[in-house]
Design a protein around this ligand. Structure first.
Ligand code: ADP
Length: 544
């Protein structure tokens, strides 16, 4: 997508004069090197996934200038991160740390407060500090991507080590874990699989959590808790610290793997299927974080624009979706299950037989033979991801609309047919109301599932952007009325989603605010992230 050439006035953080701000940046440049402090005064270029901007949300649902950085700075060490934090406190300038900024669908690289200084940690802090082949662990800096970690493991010849990757492999291992993203092997819960953090606090001190607090220890990446309160949790989905190092556990190569796919013919198969999945998943017969996808998204996953199938307005009619699916290699269906079985063949055979017998209880269930599929079929991207191999095929469904962008609605529930139906019906009803195609995918964790609904919109069409945002707001509100909450959300929805977690007169948010004020008295670190506003901003019209 070509750069937008419109003239723009560079943003300055609220509450500071432009000249004072420029002088403050020069002061910071003196500490970090001038080349590591960039004012955001150029046209905003969206680029694409692998060449993404670090100044704004390339998939923004608001105006691009809404969540935009005033400057971007590039520290190379933890000490430099500390000096940036001290500088921000001195000048009361909001800062917003990102690891790599490929958090597409949830805000990308954008800060929540317009004019914040983005700290792009990943550009220069991108070292793999350790890969331990005996303990099956690693220690990384924010700029280490899944691709980077994967390649380093291969280069060192550690065939016995696997990593877990999310849908798109270009993101940061730290960035994804701190935002509690998921992947698709048995190590798919990234936050649960981390061990040990190094964190720069909003007042500039550095701490190491867990065993990292004991000098000379060799257990930091193998025992996450250490002694005393387990503080790691407050550094995920928050604005309490800047993570400069993180330990991650690695999965043993299971000694073989085999992807599988089943399709189910009817919309109504959803509930009985989810009830079949639950005991299999909890007992680890279904071993990985698997996906149950609706046929509309499978059609879109081939990267063909919607206009090739349908040019009318409103949601694409289901008979057209089924016709398109019937012409594709997987064939017509309503739901497709993408799974993976691990281990040597004799072990796989046993588990796959159980799965086959259970899934075939749904009339019309079909096991797809991967050998019947062309090489670039979406199925193989799912298979790579479930084998810990980074991939970016997943991006293809963004071609569904011109200037395609996406934003997610992601509620969680137990793995129950009644919950799946309630959420699916709610999603369909509200998407229909706004004339938006409905792309549900159920991502089955161990005892819960995330429903991930991606809304694909034309980022150059203000009317469709508004419809998408109205639809999302409606979804969040209606889901909360039924008792469902989101596991993660885009910057624009953070206040609303945080507001649904309001039991006992919002006691949890009051606690979060108390922590925020204690740790960040000047309120400089990522104000508003995850709905947590520091005192200086609270109830002054920043919430949206
Ligand atoms: P990725 O590069 O994996 O896409 P991001 O760097 O965009 O992930 O991270 C997602 C979000 O998590 C960021 O917007 C930021 O709010 C938070 N975050 C990322 N890395 C850090 C970090 N090292 N310390 C604190 N917060 C972070």
């Amino acid at each position: 997508k070509p750069a937008k050439q419109r003239q723009r006035v560079p943003v300055v953080p609220q509450g500071i004069e432009r000249d004072a701000f420029i002088a403050a940046l020069e002061e910071l440049g003196g500490q970090l090197g001038k080349e590591n402090v960039e004012v955001n005064d150029k046209p905003l270029v969206d680029g694409w996934y692998m060449e993404h901007p670090n100044t704004h949300d390339m998939m923004t649902i608001l105006d691009e200038e809404e969540f935009v950085a005033s400057a971007v700075v590039y520290p190379s060490t933890t000490e430099e991160v500390q000096s940036i934090v001290q500088w921000a406190n001195k000048h009361k300038i909001p800062i917003f740390p990102i690891s790599m900024g490929r958090n597409l669908g949830y805000g990308g690289a954008a800060p929540r407060v317009r004019g914040s200084v983005v700290i792009d940690l990943g550009r220069r802090m991108n070292r793999i500090l350790d890969i331990n082949p005996e303990d099956y662990t690693c220690l990384v800096e924010p700029g280490v991507s899944y691709y980077g970690l994967y390649e380093a493991i291969k280069e060192r010849g550690y065939d016995h080590l696997w990593i877990d990757v999310p849908d798109l492999g270009g993101g940061s291992v730290i960035g994804n874990a701190v935002d509690r993203g998921v992947g698709y092997t048995p190590y798919g819960d990234h936050w649960a699989c981390h061990s040990g953090l190094e964190v720069v606090l909003p007042t500039g001190e550095v701490i190491r959590t867990g065993m990292g607090a004991l000098p000379g220890n060799n257990t930091w990446q193998t025992f996450p808790y250490g002694f005393g309160p387990f503080s790691d949790g407050i550094f995920s989905q928050s604005n309490y610290g800047i993570v400069t190092k993180m330990g991650m556990t690695l999965m043993p190569n299971p000694g073989g793997y085999e992807g599988f796919m089943y399709t189910f013919p009817k919309e109504e198969d959803l509930a009985p299927l989810i009830d079949i999945i639950r005991p299999l998943r909890i007992s680890m017969i279904l071993e990985n974080v698997a996906q149950l996808r609706h046929v509309t998204q499978s059609v879109a996953a081939r990267g063909i624009p919607r206009s090739k199938f349908y040019s009318g307005s409103g949601p694409i009619p289901m008979d057209i979706v089924h016709k398109a699916a019937a012409e594709q290699p997987v064939g017509d269906h309503s739901w497709g299950y993408y799974g993976m079985c691990y281990g040597p063949e004799h072990i796989r055979k046993h588990k796959l037989a159980i799965i086959d017998a259970e899934f075939k209880k749904i009339p019309g269930a079909r096991k797809i033979d991967p050998k019947s599929l062309p090489e670039d079929e979406y199925y193989f991207a799912r298979e790579r991801v479930a084998a810990g191999i980074p991939d970016i095929h997943e991006l293809r469904w963004v071609n569904w609309t011109p200037n395609g962008a996406h934003i997610a609605f992601s509620p969680v529930s137990p793995i129950r047919g009644t919950d799946a139906t309630a959420l699916n019906d709610l999603g369909r009803r509200i998407h229909d109301k706004y004339g938006i195609d409905f792309f549900p995918a159920f991502i089955v964790g161990l005892r819960e599932m995330h429903l991930i609904v991606e809304i694909v919109f034309d980022r150059d069409d203000p009317e469709r952007k508004k419809a998408a945002l109205d639809c999302l707001r409606d979804l969040v509100e209606e889901a909360a009325k039924l008792g469902y909450g989101e596991y993660r959300t885009h910057l624009v929805l953070m206040d609303q989603v945080a507001g649904t977690y309001n039991w006992n007169d919002s006691a949890l948010m009051k606690f979060n605010e108390k922590l925020k004020d204690a740790l960040d008295p000047n309120g400089i670190l990522a104000p508003g992230r995850c709905g947590i506003w520091p005192k200086r901003y609270r109830n002054r019209g920043w919430e949206m």
